[in-house]
Structures are given as C-alpha cells and as structure tokens.
Design a protein around this ligand. Structure first.
Ligand code: HEM
Ligand SMILES: *[C@@H]1O[C@H](CO)[C@@H](O)[C@H](O)[C@H]1NC(C)=O
Ligand SMILES: *[C@@H]1O[C@H](CO)[C@@H](O)[C@H](O)[C@H]1NC(C)=O
Ligand SMILES: *[C@@H]1O[C@H](CO)[C@@H](O)[C@H](O)[C@H]1NC(C)=O
Length: 511
C-alpha cells in the first residue's frame, strides 16, 4: 500500500514526460509562425514530407502562406517560402543560426565520420585554393583528359565509322562523368605499379567502372538511409558498401596513385598532421567522394536530355561550340589530336551557361537547414516578425519557393535555354517578385556558409561533357518522341533529382 502512491506518481510523471517529449503540449505562442504538429505524435508530418516533399510544402504554403512550423520526426522545422526573405536567414550570424551542428549530425549517422572542429574551415580553405581561381585551371585540365579518355574509349577508333552504339542516357552520362571526376579528384594508377602506361589506363577504366556500380547501389539507398528508415537487409548492404568504399578509397591506396587533386591531398595532409587516425581519414575520403560525385552525373544527364528535346536550344549551343573551335583553330580528325578545351574557352559560353542554369533550376532541389542556437526573432521582407525557439530548425526549399514560382520564372515547368540570357546575349541576373529585384532567384548550390564549394568545378564539368559530346559524337534519342521521364519524388531535398526511369539513346563518332 505504501508503495502504490509513489508508483502512481511516477507513472503519471512518466506519461506526462512522455507526452512532453512527444510534443503534445507544444502550443503556438503569440508571435510564432503557424504550427503544424501533424497527425502522429513526435513523427508529426514526416511520412507525408518524405513521400513527396515538394507536394507537402506546396500544400502547407497554400494553407499558411510564406512561413510555418512543422513537426518532423521530433524536430520543429520553420520553413520560409518567400525568397525576398531568404537574405535574413542566409546572412544571420552563426551564433543564432548554425549549419554545422545539423551537418555534423548527418555526417556521423550517414558516413560514420566524426568531424573535427576545424573540418569546415579546412574544407573551405582547400576548396578556395583548388576548386576556384587558378587551382580550378588544373582541376579542369585533369577532368578534360579523363573525360576524353572515358568518352572515346566507350566507342574506340576500331569501331567502324558510322556504327551506332546504344545506351541508357542516364546511365551513360552518370557513368562517364562519375568516372572522369573520380580519377581527376582521387588520382590515377601509375605505370610503375601497373607495369606499363597502357596497363595503368586499363586498370583505371575497369576499376572506376566497377566502383561506379557500387556507388550507384549506395546512391539509390541514400534517401532512406538519411531518413533512417532502411529495413535490416538494406542496412547490412549499406554497411558492406561503406566498408568497400573505405578500403577502395583508403589513404593507403591513395599513396600509390598519381595526379591526385590538391583538394583531396591537402585535406588529407591536414588531418594526418592533426593526428586523426587512418580509418577515420578513409571515411573522410568517402565523404568527399559523395559530395563531389553524387550530383554532377545526374545533372549532366538532364542537361543533355533537355538539349536533345529542344532542337533550337541544341542548335544555339552547337553554334557556340563550333564558333569556339573555329576561333582557336581546332578541328577533330580521325587520328588527329584531341580537342584542347581550355578554361579560357569555357569562360566564353553564355548560351551554354544559361542552359546549365536552366537545367539546375528545373532539376536541383536541396533543402537548406540551420539549427536555431538561441531564441530569436526572424524578420520577413513584408515587415512581419516571428519568434523562433531555440532547438528548432529553420529550413528553405528554394525549388518550391522560387525556382518554380511563375511570377519569378514564367512557365516554370518549361525548359527555356535562354532564360538566363539578356537580349544582348550576356548573363541575365534581373529577376523580380512583387516588383522587387531578387538576390536569390536560383539556388541549386545552396547559399551562405554551406554554399557548394565545388560549384565552379561542377559547372565546368557539365559544360565540358556537353562540349565534348557535341564535338565527338552524333547522338539522338532512340525514340525521338519519348517524353522526358518524371522526377523521382522520393529524392527531394538531396540535391540533383533523378529520373524515375532511364531513356534510351544512341551515339556514334563524327570522325
Ligand atoms: C551539379 C553538381 C552539384 C550540385 C547541384 C551541388 C549542390 C550542393 C549543395 C546544394 C550543397 C549545400 C548543401 C547544404 O547547404 O546543406 C553542396 C555542398 C557541398 N558540395 Fe556540392 N554540388 C555539386 C557538385 C559538387 C562538386 C563537383 C564538388 C566537389 C568537387 C562539391 C562539393 C561539395 C561540398 C564539399 C559540400 C559541403 C559544403 C559544406 O559543408 O559547407 N559539390 N553542394
Ligand atoms: C504521396 O505522393 C504522391 C505523389 O507524389 C501522392 O499522389 C500521394 O497522395 C502521396 N501520399 C501521401 C500519403 O501523402
Ligand atoms: C593520369 O592523369 C593525368 C592528369 O589528368 C594524365 O595527364 C595522365 O596521363 C594520367 N596517367 C595515366 C597513367 O592514366
Ligand atoms: C601526373 O603525375 C606525374 C608524376 O607525379 C607527373 O610527372 C605529371 O606531370 C602529372 N601530370 C599532370 C597533368 O599533372
């Protein structure tokens, strides 16, 4: 009898505590954005969010307007859907809105990598040096060589002239761009370890191809891995794949390679000097591979496909490419030298630049997230202010908020290759909403502290790929009337979208 009361009190406390943790008592306070706790305690709206993020956020926007808070798996996310207000979030001091805390959490869960305090600084120092400015020249040259070797080998000179080869366009583009990028970043085999130079080339081709298939397996599991909803069998598969990547990319293997990019080398060197152990450094290599290689392949597919489906766009890009080759006195000939496509040439392609931006506008959809470090108030462009609680998260989904807004980009679902061109043919940067000029009108790279440090290199990769395809090959869809495949809606929020299915095409050498 004496024990019953304390037991009852403990039970009630536990239930109340549980409900509290499940968010049952959270109420919208005056000054806070509209609150959506969702149909399920704690989980909130996560099922609908995960099912189709863009559709869900559209629904919320129609219901609540430009700012609202939703519960997703125990966290409260405040989404800002008005692009005129983005600047206040992107530029908010780190003391209030922080990127690192959230990113570290994800990196640990998905890559088993434990970041150090200086990770972000190291990344940015090395990216500034090697993925921008003069360093970019070296990266671009290396990418160039590797792309040509991958592309021309896939249909080598012994193939009868005029013979077509068939492939899935997504598979082809992703495969070529992945392998070339991988070799350019992580180095190639040497004649010394392989015996001869030809042998080294061959090992690189075969190994990178095998690696690509394993990478794709992980790639497909990634969204559910990031959400933490993989069933046991697939969890085991992820463990196997991670181990494979760690050993394939290991510090030890790296030491036997040549022409490793400064981007990878500097970051490894810094970690070694800090005393990070080797297995952790191997994990970091896979993290870099993932960041660098997961988006460019799919984007190169969409770019080429949009051009193929829009003959006037393809023609405009082709004219630009041919003009550049003429200007630099280059011509492709059987047995002749390869094209030397320099960084300088890549700076003179406004039409191709616009086509790239347009492709990314249509097919890149990251969710940008910041952790709220202290209670704060958030000012919107319309003058309203909202209170945001410490421990919550603030998020942007620029795809719905701006990239698909018909007021900013008329006929937003249509590919217009010259959308980002002025009538004079230079880069267009004037886009408006409510009569106000927008700073953030296309955000495939994110913004602020976490903005993609590889964006200049990535843009060059996409341009090089298209430039070389046009120069070396004739190509066409197997069925020219086939529609552009739909976007796989299970991947909203992770960067470049994938198609729900591949689309067959054929190509042949032009010389
Ligand atoms: C079309 C290709 C690419 C797209 C669309 C893309 C997009 C993005 C986006 C949206 C982010 C920010 C994520 C966030 O704010 O949470 C990001 C981050 C990052 N990207 Fe890219 N990226 C591409 C290619 C590359 C390449 C080629 C590299 C490296 C060679 C690269 C390296 C990185 C790294 C290291 C980060 C993390 C930045 C940080 O933690 O501050 N990306 N990328
Ligand atoms: C899931 O998304 C599809 C379209 O992407 C939609 O038709 C369906 O209603 C959604 N289901 C739920 C439960 O939200
Ligand atoms: C390795 O890559 C460099 C630079 O991209 C290239 O010049 C070299 O020929 C490649 N070597 C081999 C053996 O593939
Ligand atoms: C590739 O590495 C080898 C050996 O370190 C070097 O001799 C060569 O110049 C490098 N090639 C390029 C294009 O950097």
């Amino acid at each position: 009898m004496g024990l019953l009361l304390p037991a009852l009190i403990a039970l009630v406390a536990a239930v109340i505590g549980g409900l509290y943790i499940l968010g049952a008592f959270r109420k919208r306070q005056p000054g806070e954005p509209p609150l959506e706790k969702g149909p399920i305690p704690w989980l909130g709206h996560i099922l609908e969010f995960r099912n189709d993020t863009a559709l869900f956020l559209q629904r919320m926007k129609e219901k609540h307007g430009d700012i609202f808070t939703v519960q997703l798996a125990g966290f409260y996310f405040t989404f800002i859907m008005d692009p005129l207000s983005f600047g206040n979030i992107v530029k908010e001091a780190r003391a209030k809105l922080d990127f690192n805390k959230f990113a570290r959490h994800l990196v640990k869960r998905v890559f088993d990598y434990q970041p150090t305090d200086s990770d972000h600084e190291l990344l940015h120092a090395s990216s500034n040096k090697h993925l921008m400015g003069d360093g970019l020249e070296i990266m671009t040259q290396s990418m160039m060589k590797n792309l040509q070797s991958m592309m021309l080998h896939s249909i080598d000179s012994t193939t009868e002239q005029g013979a077509w080869k068939e492939d899935g366009l997504f598979h082809y583009s992703y495969n070529i761009v992945f392998r070339a990028g991988y070799l350019a970043l992580f180095g190639n085999e040497t004649a010394k370890t392989c015996g001869t130079l030809d042998k080294a080339h061959e090992v690189d081709r075969l190994e990178s191809d095998k690696f690509f298939y394993e990478f794709r397996k992980y790639d497909k599991l990634f969204p559910r891995l990031a959400y933490g909803v993989l069933p046991p069998r697939e969890k085991m598969e992820v463990e196997r794949l991670k181990r494979l990547f760690w050993s394939t990319l290991s510090v030890h293997k790296l030491s036997e390679k040549e022409n490793i990019s400064g981007w990878v080398l500097d970051q490894q060197e810094a970690r070694r000097e800090m005393g990070m152990d080797e297995s952790m450094r191997n994990r970091h290599l896979f993290l870099l591979l993932w960041a660098a290689q997961g988006n460019t392949g799919p984007s190169s597919f969409w770019l080429l496909l949009h051009l193929m489906k829009h003959p006037e766009a393809l023609k405009a890009v082709r004219n630009e490419v041919e003009e550049l080759l003429r200007e630099t006195g280059q011509e492709v000939k059987r047995g002749g030298p390869l094209i030397d496509l320099t960084r300088d040439m890549l700076l003179k392609t406004p039409v191709l630049d616009s086509a790239v931006d347009e492709t990314l506008r249509l097919k890149t959809a990251p969710v940008l997230i910041r952790g709220v470090m202290e209670d704060m108030s958030l000012k919107m462009a319309d003058g309203n202010e909202y209170r945001i609680r410490q421990g919550d998260r603030v998020a942007l989904f620029p795809y719905s908020a701006v990239q698909m807004d018909p007021e900013v980009h008329p006929e937003p679902h249509t590919f217009k290759y010259n959308r980002f061109l002025t009538p004079e043919g230079s880069k267009k940067t004037d886009f408006y909403k409510n009569g106000k000029k927008l700073r953030y009108y296309n955000m495939p790279w994110g913004a602020g502290v976490s903005m993609c440090p590889g964006r200049f290199f990535a843009t060059n990769e996409l341009k090089q790929f298209v430039f070389l395809m046009l120069t070396y090959f004739d190509f066409e869809l197997k069925n020219p009337h086939e529609e552009i495949p739909a976007i796989d809606v299970k991947r909203w929020g992770f960067g470049s979208m994938h198609p729900v299915r591949d689309i067959q095409f054929r190509y042949r050498r032009r010389f």
